[in-house]
Design a protein around this ligand. Structure first.
Ligand SMILES: [Zn+2]
Ligand SMILES: [Zn+2]
Length: 770
C-alpha cells in the first residue's frame, strides 16, 4: 500500500559515523520516509454500554481511532470483518468493543460466583491465536479493558481440568488456539453446547500465519466450528485480524469458508504515527556484523532498539558484539539477547526491562514475533530480509512510539531476494503484501478433517455448504476405505478411536515421525518421513524453535527420531538423489519459446549423505555417506520446459544442465515474494532432458503430499516470477554466480554444476527482456 506522502530519496555517497547521520553512510542504498500523521478518532459506538466505555477509557484510551470503530461497527452489524491494518495499529480494540458489549452481563456481581446474571452468559466469544503465548498476551490486554469480573479465560494444553471446566461452563470470552479447538472443544461439543449456542463472535488473530498446509488445516477446523455452532443454532460473526495482506477479503474468506463478498475489509490505519524512516543497507561483509554495530550506535544515541537476526546463535553473537561496541563508544547502557523458547516469565521480564529502560537494546531471533509483546521501539534493525513482505512489515512495525519518529534498517544478506530488493526498493515499499496461500480443498488435509467432522456429527449433503465441492469425492473415498459408512441419516464414522487423533494441525500428515529428546523423553514435534530423512538423519543438526539438536537415531519402524540438545558449531546439509515423474497435467500454456505447466508429480528421492557446514561461514567441513531408503512423494508441481531445438546450439549439454540448475536455484530463491512460501515449503529439480517432456525441464514442487498451493501459485504468477529471476541473475555483479543469484546453501544436489551464463540464456528464452 503506497503512502502518497512517502518519498524515495536517493542518498549521495558520503561518509560519516553515528546513528543520527546514518543515512549519509556509503552502505546505504535507499531511504524511504513516510511522513508523520495525526490520527483520526471517532466517537464511541452508541451501542457500547457506558460502563464499558468507562472501563476502556480508564485504560488510557480517550477515544478510539476511526478504523477501530469501523471494524467494531461492522462486526456489531453482523458482517464478517477482515481487519488488516498492520502492526501496532490497535486492532485489538476493534474486535474487543463488540466482544465486550456482547459478553458483559448487565449488572451482575462478578465477585459472587453464584450470581446467575454472570452464569447466564447472554453471549459468548472465542479468540484464536496461533500460539499459546499470544493468547496469554491477549488475556492480559483484554482483562485490562474489560469490566471487573468479566468472565474471561485462556484454554490451552497447560490448563488444569478445573480451569477447562470453568472456561467451558462460565467464561464468556475464551482465548485459545486452533489445536485446542480441534482436539478438545469440537470433539466434545455436546459438553460445550451452551457455549456454542451462545457463540456470537470469533476472533481469528494473526491470521497471516495460517498459510500452506497449516492454513488448510485451520481452515478445516474453522469450518467444523461453524458447522457445530450452526447445529446449536448460532451463526457467529468472524473478525479475522492480520498483518497487512494483499487481498485481505479473499484471504480471510478462504480461511473461514465464506464468500469474499460477505467480508467487510478494514485496512486503512488511522492511528497517530511519527515519521518512519526505512533504510536499506548493503553491508560489505556479513550482515550480522553490521547489525551489531548499528544496534550499538542506535543504543548509544538513546534509541530503544531491537535487532532481528536469523538464529539463536546469531542473536547471542550480535548482542555480545554490540555490547562490546557500545562500551567502546563510552556508553554504559545494556544490550541483551533474546531467543525463542524462553519461559513466559522470562518474556515478561524482557518486555518490562525494555519498557522501563533497564535494557536499551536486544538482539532477537525472528521467533520473537510469536512470543513477546514489544511495540513502540525507537528503532528496528533487521539482519537479512525475513522472507516475505508481511514478515518484514510485522518486524518493522515494532518501531514507532506514540507520536515519536522511528527508524528501520534492513541489512541485506547475500541472497537473491535481498539483492533484488536493493535493486527494486519499490517492490518492498509499494507493492501489497503477499496474500496468504492456502488450499482448503487440499485432499490430504480435508479427507481426515471430514472424518473428524463426521465423528462430531454425521455428515450430510448439506455440509458441502461448509466444506465445498471437494467434500463429495473425498467422502466417497472415505466410504471406500471403510472410514465412514453411509446410513440413512448421513455418513457416519465407524471406528472406535478418535478421528481427531489422526490429524496434527502442524504436521504434514501421513505416517508422522515423532521427534523425541533423549533423556527427557520430551516430544519436540512431528515430521513426515520424507522430510525426516533430510532433516533428521543420523548425524543431522536439527534446529527447533531456535534450539539446535543433534540427531542420534532415525527409526522409521518406531516412527521416531531421537535427538539431544547440542551446539556443535556446524549445520548439516542433506544430499539427495531424486527423480521426478509427471502423473498428470492440470494446466499448461506457452511461456516465451517454452512451456509452463502445472500438475501432479511423483518424486522419488533418497538421502545419500550429508555435508557439514560451518554454522557461521557456511564453509563445507566434510561429507558423510548415509544408507537410507528411497521415498516417493506424490504432490503438485509447476515446471517449465524448453525444447532443445529452441535453445542456441553453442550451449553444450553439460552447460544446459548447469544452467537449468542455476535457474532453478535463483527461481526458488525468489519464489517467496510471489507465492509467500518459506524455503522449506518447496523444492526444485532440474534436468537437461526429462523423459516425460522430452525437453530441458525445471520443476518446482510442494513438499507437502498432495500439494500446498505454492506450486500452483508459482504457475499462475510464472511470467513475473521468471522475468524477475532472469533480471536478478543477469544483473548480478558477480562473475560466475554467487549466493545473491544462482548459488544456494540449500541445494540437495551440490554435485551438479552451476552456470550463470547458461542460466541467463535459458531464462531469457522463457522471459525475454522487454
Ligand atoms: Zn551473483
Ligand atoms: Zn541445487
Amino acid at each position: 500500500m503506497s503512502d502518497p506522502r512517502a518519498t524515495v530519496v536517493h542518498v549521495p555517497i558520503g561518509s560519516t559515523t553515528g546513528w543520527t547521520k546514518i543515512t549519509q553512510d556509503s552502505r546505504v542504498r535507499h531511504v524511504r520516509r513516510s511522513a508523520a500523521r495525526a490520527g483520526i478518532t471517532a466517537p464511541w459506538p452508541d451501542w457500547l454500554p457506558p460502563g464499558i466505555v468507562a472501563s476502556v477509557a480508564a485504560a488510557d484510551i480517550a477515544e478510539p481511532w476511526a478504523h477501530q470503530v469501523a471494524a467494531a461497527e461492522a462486526a456489531w452489524r453482523g458482517r464478517h470483518v477482515a481487519l488488516a491494518t498492520g502492526a501496532a495499529s490497535g486492532k485489538s480494540l476493534g474486535y474487543l468493543l463488540p466482544v465486550l458489549a456482547a459478553t458483559a452481563a448487565p449488572a451482575g456481581d462478578p465477585e459472587d460466583a453464584d450470581d446467575w446474571r454472570w452464569r447466564r452468559r447472554p453471549c459468548t466469544a472465542l479468540y484464536l491465536a496461533p500460539t499459546k503465548a499470544l493468547a496469554h498476551d491477549q488475556l492480559r490486554a483484554s482483562a485490562e479493558l474489560g469490566l471487573r469480573g468479566w468472565p474471561i479465560a485462556v484454554l490451552d494444553g497447560d490448563s488444569t481440568p478445573a480451569e477447562r471446566d470453568w472456561a467451558r461452563d462460565y467464561a464468556a470470552y475464551v482465548l485459545t488456539n486452533p489445536d485446542m479447538l480441534h482436539y478438545s472443544v469440537l470433539p466434545n461439543h455436546q459438553r460445550w453446547a451452551a457455549f456454542l449456542r451462545a457463540l456470537r463472535f470469533v476472533v481469528v488473530d494473526e491470521s497471516h500465519r495460517y498459510r500452506g498446509v497449516f492454513g488448510a488445516q485451520v481452515a478445516a477446523v474453522l469450518r467444523r466450528l461453524r458447522r457445530l455452532a450452526g447445529h446449536y443454532g448460532a451463526e457467529p460473526v468472524f473478525v479475522v485480524a492480520s498483518a497487512t495482506v494483499g487481498d485481505a477479503a479473499q484471504a480471510s474468506a478462504a480461511l473461514i469458508g465464506v464468500d469474499s463478498s460477505a467480508m467487510t475489509v478494514i485496512e486503512q490505519d488511522q492511528s497517530a504515527r511519527g515519521q518512519v524512516e526505512i533504510v536499506l543497507w548493503q553491508p560489505d561483509g556479513h550482515p550480522d556484523d553490521d547489525a551489531a554495530i548499528l544496534l550499538a550506535e542506535a543504543v548509544a544515541a538513546d534509541q530503544q532498539t531491537i535487532a532481528f537476526v536469523g538464529s539463536r546463535r546469531s542473536a547471542e553473537i550480535v548482542a555480545l558484539n554490540a555490547q562490546r561496541e557500545l562500551r567502546s563508544l563510552g556508553s554504559d547502557r545494556l544490550i541483551g539477547a533474546y531467543r525463542a523458547g524462553y519461559l513466559a516469565k522470562d518474556r515478561r521480564e524482557l518486555e518490562r526491562a525494555l519498557q522501563t529502560g533497564t535494557l536499551n537494546g536486544v538482539a532477537a531471533t525472528n521467533a520473537l514475533e510469536l512470543g513477546v509483546d514489544i511495540a513502540g521501539l525507537d528503532a528496528v534493525i533487521i539482519s537479512g530480509f525475513p522472507g516475505t513482505r508481511a514478515a518484514f512489515r510485522q518486524q518493522a512495525g515494532r518501531a514507532g512510539r506514540k507520536g515519536r519518529d522511528s527508524r528501520v534498517v534492513l541489512v541485506a544478506r547475500k541472497h537473491p531476494i535481498d539483492a533484488y530488493l536493493l535493486d527494486h526498493p519499490s517492490a518492498l515499499f509499494d507493492e501489497p503484501v503477499e496474500s496468504a496461500v492456502l488450499d482448503p480443498a487440499q485432499p490430504y488435509v480435508l479427507g481426515p478433517q471430514l472424518a473428524a467432522a463426521a465423528q462430531e456429527l454425521p455428515l450430510t449433503e448439506a455440509d458441502s455448504s461448509y466444506f465445498g465441492e471437494a467434500m463429495h469425492p473425498l467422502v466417497e473415498q472415505l466410504v471406500r476405505n471403510q472410514t465412514l459408512r453411509r446410513r440413512p441419516g448421513g455418513w457416519y464414522w465407524t471406528r472406535p478411536e478418535r478421528a481427531v487423533d489422526g490429524v496434527d494441525l502442524r504436521s504434514s500428515g501421513g505416517d508422522r515421525i515423532e521427534i523425541i529428546e533423549i533423556g527427557t523423553g520430551r516430544v519436540l514435534g512431528g515430521i513426515d518421513p520424507m522430510s525426516a530423512d533430510s532433516a533428521l538423519h543420523p548425524g543431522a543438526v536439527y534446529v527447533h524453535r531456535g534450539d539446535t539438536y543433534l540427531c542420534d537415531e532415525l527409526n522409521g519402524e518406531e516412527h521416531e527420531a531421537l535427538v539431544r540438545a547440542a551446539r556443535p558449531g556446524y549445520l548439516t546439509q542433506p544430499q539427495l538423489q531424486a527423480g521426478i515423474a509427471i502423473s498428470s497435467v492440470r494446466a499448461g500454456r506457452p511461456i516465451g519459446v517454452g512451456r509452463i505447466s502445472f500438475g501432479e508429480v511423483a518424486v522419488t528421492s533418497r538421502v545419500t549423505g550429508y555435508l557439514r557446514r560451518d554454522e557461521l561461514s557456511g564453509t563445507v567441513w566434510d561429507q558423510t555417506p548415509l544408507d537410507l531408503p528411497e521415498r516417493t512423494l506424490r504432490t503438485a508441481a509447476t515446471w517449465w520446459s524448453l525444447d532443445l531445438a529452441a535453445i542456441p546450439e553453442e550451449l553444450s549439454l553439460a552447460e544446459l544442465a548447469a544452467g537449468a540448475h542455476g535457474a532453478e536455484h535463483a527461481a526458488l530463491g525468489l519464489l517467496p515474494i510471489f507465492a509467500r512460501c518459506d524455503r522449506w515449503d518447496v523444492r526444485g529439480h532440474s534436468t537437461s532432458s526429462h523423459p516425460d517432456t522430452g525437453a530441458l525441464t525445471v520443476f518446482v514442487y510442494d513438499l507437502q503430499p498432495g500439494g500446498a498451493g505454492f506450486a500452483e501459485r508459482a504457475y499462475e504468477l510464472a511470467d513475473g516470477w521468471l522475468a524477475t529471476t532472469r533480471a536478478r541473475v543477469s544483473s548480478c555483479d558477480c562473475e560466475h554466480g554467487c549466493p545473491a543469484c544462482i548459488v544456494s546453501a540449500e541445494c540437495g544436489a551440490p554435485g551438479v554444476g552451476l552456470d550463470k551464463g547458461a542460466a541467463v540464456a535459458l531464462l531469457s528464452l522463457l522471459a525475454p527482456e522487454q
